[in-house]
Design a protein around this ligand. Structure first.
Ligand code: DGI
Ligand code: FE
Ligand code: FE
Length: 403
């Protein structure tokens, strides 16, 4: 087994780190990548506005999730859990014990590689692991790496050193990035979910008014709350909802915001859902209490309203996006249908639903509702009363319109 070890302060983890992680997995053929945030880096002081360890850990986890390789990428809190300075030699010794047969590869950027001989106990480091250095900019050519590689190979017999270049890599120093964040910029250097986490927790002096976010910031916040594999669906729903709003004359901005936020609580635990419903006074029936899937639309609506200041229209659309109901507004219908047939969805009959969505919105809605009812029946699950009421209402309407 080949294990890559990616240490650093990750203060914050940015697109450069992400690209390096991706490239290392690919270039070394890693079976596992351990992302290990340092507690106290041996070579420098943590700047004053460094977020608490749990925030750095959470941001590292967002970065790991962004790789979309759950079997490979993993965050370890081993250095944060260990007292004192985070010496790489200690970390490698612990990993060697944990994985006696694995091939360990230590990943690092150019600056770190060029000073490796000055680290604490470089002999142990080079004995326990191979070193993979990645060039952070076009200037990091072989000419820069070679003398240090030769020096290390000569001093530490048996040292394994390899280098990769990441052409066109986002080149930003973390110091500069933190400054930018403090003045309301810098989002473009961050993976959206990490940026959203920073905004929602007010890290690095960001003082974003969550109730008046622009669209990119709203997306970032929503994505920071979910598993990254869901982001494609959320983006698809946003875009489909906007297209449908144009087609059916609904408010495009409301449709967009409802799409962005509709599944933001999808990964909360049952307890968290129940606590939010309690806090915001959402009454629940017995089925809702026991069916987690029915709760995320309600808690998502609460977060949209109370955290992001969304208006009633957006709240209601999110609230009913899973079950539908009778007497729906155009925006409510649009979100329900967009969620069902956005471009990333695939199931038998989705083409018919896509066609109807742009020719007869009510028929599309009824088809969605009846597909869900059938699916619940097939899976032996109880059907929610709102879903049944929506069906009755839409059937009634169809009769009236045709008659
Ligand atoms: O959140 P998404 O996956 O994008 O889609 P969604 O909000 O429509 O949620 C779909 C899930 O909700 C699906 O697993 C079935 C469940 N669901 C929808 N209507 C009912 C239902 N579950 C029960 N028990 N009863 C329903 O009427
Ligand atoms: Fe949903
Ligand atoms: Fe959804």
């Amino acid at each position: 087994m080949k294990i890559g070890i990616f240490g650093g302060t990750f203060n914050p983890p940015h697109l450069g780190h992400l690209a390096a992680a991706r490239a290392a997995i690919e270039a070394l053929g890693l079976d596992k990548l351990l992302i290990i945030p340092a507690a106290i880096p041996p070579h420098k002081e943590l700047p004053e506005n460094t977020p608490a360890p749990e925030h750095r850990l959470a941001m590292a986890e967002k970065m790991a999730d962004a790789l979309l390789l759950p079997e490979v990428a993993e965050v370890s809190s081993m250095e944060l859990d260990r007292a004192g300075k985070s010496y790489t030699s200690d970390t490698l010794a612990a990993l060697r014990e944990q994985y006696p047969d694995a091939e360990l590869w230590l990943l690092m950027g150019t600056d770190m590689f060029l000073t490796l001989h000055l680290w604490h106990d470089p002999g142990t480091i080079l004995k326990l692991a191979g070193v993979c250095a990645f060039g952070r900019s076009e200037q990091d050519t072989e000419a820069v790496f070679a003398p240090q590689r030769e020096h290390l190979e000569k001093t530490f017999t048996g040292a394994k050193i390899t280098t990769i270049t990441l052409p066109g890599l986002v080149n930003i120093s973390s110091t500069r990035l933190r400054e930018l964040l403090g003045s309301g910029e810098g989002g473009k250097y961050l993976y959206p979910a990490v940026y959203g986490y920073i905004l929602m927790n007010g890290l690095y002096g960001t003082r974003a008014d969550l109730k008046h976010l622009d669209i990119p910031e709203l997306r970032a916040c929503s994505y920071s709350m979910v598993m990254q594999k869901r982001v494609r669906h959320i983006r698809g729903t946003e875009e489909e909802a906007v297209r449908l709003a144009r087609r059916w004359g609904a408010d495009e901005d409301h449709a967009r915001r409802a799409g962005i936020l509709h599944d933001c609580t999808k990964y909360l635990t049952g307890e968290e859902h129940l606590a939010l419903c309690e806090r915001y006074g959402v009454p629940l029936d017995d089925l809702e209490r026991s069916a987690l899937k029915l709760l995320h639309s309600k808690t998502g609506a609460c977060i949209a309203r109370h955290v992001f200041g969304e208006p009633d229209e957006v709240y209601e659309a999110i609230f009913w996006h899973t079950t539908a109901k009778e007497d729906m507004t155009t925006l409510e219908k649009i979100l329900y249908v967009a969620d069902y047939m956005e471009p990333n969805r695939s199931f038998e009959g989705v083409e018919r639903l896509r066609e109807l969505a742009y020719t007869d919105l009510d028929k599309a809605l009824l088809l969605g509702v009846e597909t869900t009812i059938q699916e619940m029946k097939d899976r032996g699950l109880p059907i929610h009363k709102s879903t049944l009421r929506a069906q009755a209402w839409l059937r009634e309407q169809a009769v009236t319109t045709e008659g």
